[in-house]
Design a protein around this ligand. Structure first.
Ligand SMILES: Nc1nc2c(ncn2[C@@H]2O[C@H](COP(=O)(O)OP(=O)(O)OP(=O)(O)O)[C@@H](O)[C@H]2O)c(=O)[nH]1
Ligand SMILES: [Mg+2]
Length: 519
């Protein structure tokens, strides 16, 4: 199979898509694939599928999942790949309307009052998600409460207390669709009292949008959130420098703020090249969906276009189902409905699943995604579901759902590599702070400090040190004080990363190397 043949395949596919007819089948041998195509190609692990990128199309495939052929211009065809010994036969089965690679969870993070909720509200408004008269109603209500200017934030802040205080307390999810993506924006609280809610939001995110007000610049939760996003495995960070109206849309002020953020990024081993900056005004709607005329000095794209350019999320390939539970609802007519985001594997109707650490299990009766029922759901999907025989007492935030024959691992102990970022004193064995891992928050004891590493080279510089302190990197053994599901970072990245908090601040972070299962 040569590149020319491949082009022909795509062409036929496009025409067939229009007519809704079968593509026909094409045979290519494994050696042809490897020798002719792969040198030009890359493989990616995405959505539990293996992306094989060809010259101008790619096959998204996984044994568990229907395959798709995607051309460079974003057209997708549902295909079946039949494996005939040495050969693959590719058959087009239907035109695929949507595809999970459109889906992207973005956590909106940053210091309190910098305009996260307002920015999400504005994005929804400009993409038609919120009609003008609703914004008007919010404007009136906000003014009545002496909170003029909060009309866009009120789109996100629904709780009475949130509106009264003018701060977000718990995370809120909002759907936003563009031509190429279906985003779930997770508006996180910026206030330092609610960092634990922000962690739940970030642990569900693929990428993050950091909002920094141009007038206030970097503040304490700008730093803490950036650090947590990095620690909890967010791949890319987009920085919106908001409230540009407050600084007269001045380029020099924008640059000062960008420089301050660049310094913070360096502390978490991000370089400025890994991050995109955009100046915006949520209040005036500048640089949100169209490029702003107020800032001719800015030569980049508007925020919405930058969101579309965020990298596709990566998920483990060929792994078993792992679905950390974020909340559990009781819905009349259905019963107990746990909700969460699939981090690995496939959730299927009719299959028996197990929740750990409780061990409760049952058959999946209903899966719902974005208010629609579906047969199966994949990594990256936010789902609500119902399992036969499972009641509210069997599951809570922090539980993890997986297959009965390969259930999530409940740890007796685990070994981890931690970095101490900010602790006022020394840390000795026996120390028991709160560990935040996926959606769980559990007190865990650092039972032993096994090795001290050089932060630069990673070399072991001491065995069994008595204590560690700020700046140290160490291998430690950890014992959860309550049953807790964790996995090694190598097998399930999102279940193997954690932040450690104590005394109202984030003091350390780490990755899990190995888990000793509780029997
Ligand atoms: N001038 C100006 N004010 C803004 C802008 N964006 C937000 N604000 C104001 O900033 C204040 C806080 O906005 P929010 O959107 O609630 O901020 P937040 O980041 O969600 O705050 P938390 O929920 O507490 O973390 C409100 O008074 C907004 O009107 C902007 O672009 N320009
Ligand atoms: Mg808010």
């Amino acid at each position: 199979m040569t590149a020319t043949n491949w082009n022909a395949l795509i062409q036929v596919g496009e025409e067939a898509g229009l007519r809704g007819e079968a593509l026909g089948d094409y045979l290519l041998t494994v050696s042809e694939l490897v020798e002719k195509e792969l040198p030009e190609a890359k493989t990616f692990d995405t959505f539990g599928r293996e992306y094989i990128e060809f010259l101008n199309a790619r096959i998204l495939s996984h044994p568990d999942v229907t395959d798709y052929l995607q051309t460079d211009d974003g057209k997708r065809y549902k295909i079946a790949i039949e494996n005939e010994g040495e050969s693959y036969r590719i058959i087009k089965t239907a035109t695929a309307a949507t595809h999970p690679s459109r889906r992207q969870n973005v956590a909106v993070i940053g210091h309190s009052g910098h305009g996260k909720s307002s920015l999400v509200g504005r994005l929804l408004f400009e993409t038609g998600g919120v009609p003008e008269h609703v914004i008007e109603q919010h404007r009136e209500k906000a003014e009545e409460k002496g909170k003029g200017g909060f009309e866009f934030a009120y789109v996100m802040d629904n709780l009475a207390e949130e509106r009264e205080r003018g701060v977000t307390i718990d995370i809120a999810h909002q759907e936003l669709s563009t031509d190429t993506h279906d985003f779930t924006l997770i508006d996180c609280p910026g206030h330092r009292d609610f960092v634990k809610n922000m962690i739940t939001g970030v642990s569900n995110a693929d990428n993050a949008l950091l909002v920094v007000a141009a007038d206030a610049g970097v503040e304490s939760q700008t730093q803490e959130h950036l650090f947590l996003a990095r620690t909890l495995g967010v791949s890319e960070i987009l920085v919106a420098v908001n409230k540009m109206d407050q600084v007269g849309y001045r380029n020099d002020r924008y640059e000062v703020v960008c420089e301050a953020i660049t310094d913070l990024l360096a502390q978490v081993q991000f370089s400025r090249n890994d991050v995109t900056f955009v100046p915006v005004s949520a209040l005036d709607g500048e640089n949100i969906s169209t490029e702003s005329e107020q800032m001719p000095w800015y030569d980049g794209s508007a925020l919405l276009d930058l969101l579309d350019e965020l990298p596709a999320p990566k998920h483990p390939v060929g792994a078993s189902l792992r679905l950390p539970i974020q909340d559990v609802y009781t819905i009349s007519g259905i019963g107990t409905v746990p909700v969460g985001r699939i981090e690995a594997g496939v959730l299927r109707k009719g299959e028996t699943v197990s929740f750990q650490p409780s061990g409760a299990s049952g058959e999946v009766k209903v899966i719902e995604m974005h208010h629609e029922e579906c047969e199966e759901a994949y990594p990256g999907d936010n789902v609500g579901f119902n399992v036969r025989g499972i009641g509210k007492g069997d599951i809570q935030r922090g539980a993890v759902c997986g297959p009965v024959d390969d259930p999530p691992t409940v740890a007796e102990t685990f070994s981890a590599r931690i970095t101490v970022h900010d602790h006022p004193a020394i840390i000795t064995p026996g120390y028991t702070p709160i560990f935040h891992v996926h959606t769980a928050q559990v007190a865990c004891t650092i039972e032993s400090i096994d090795q001290l590493e050089s932060p630069k080279s990673g070399d072991i510089v001491a065995e069994s040190p008595d204590a560690i302190e700020t700046g140290d990197v160490a291998r430690v053994t950890v014992r959860p004080q309550e049953p807790l599901v964790v996995e090694s970072v190598a097998t399930y990245p999102k279940l193997g990363r954690f932040a450690i908090r104590d005394m109202g601040q984030t003091i350390a972070s780490g990755t899990i190397i190995d888990v000793t299962e509780r029997l």
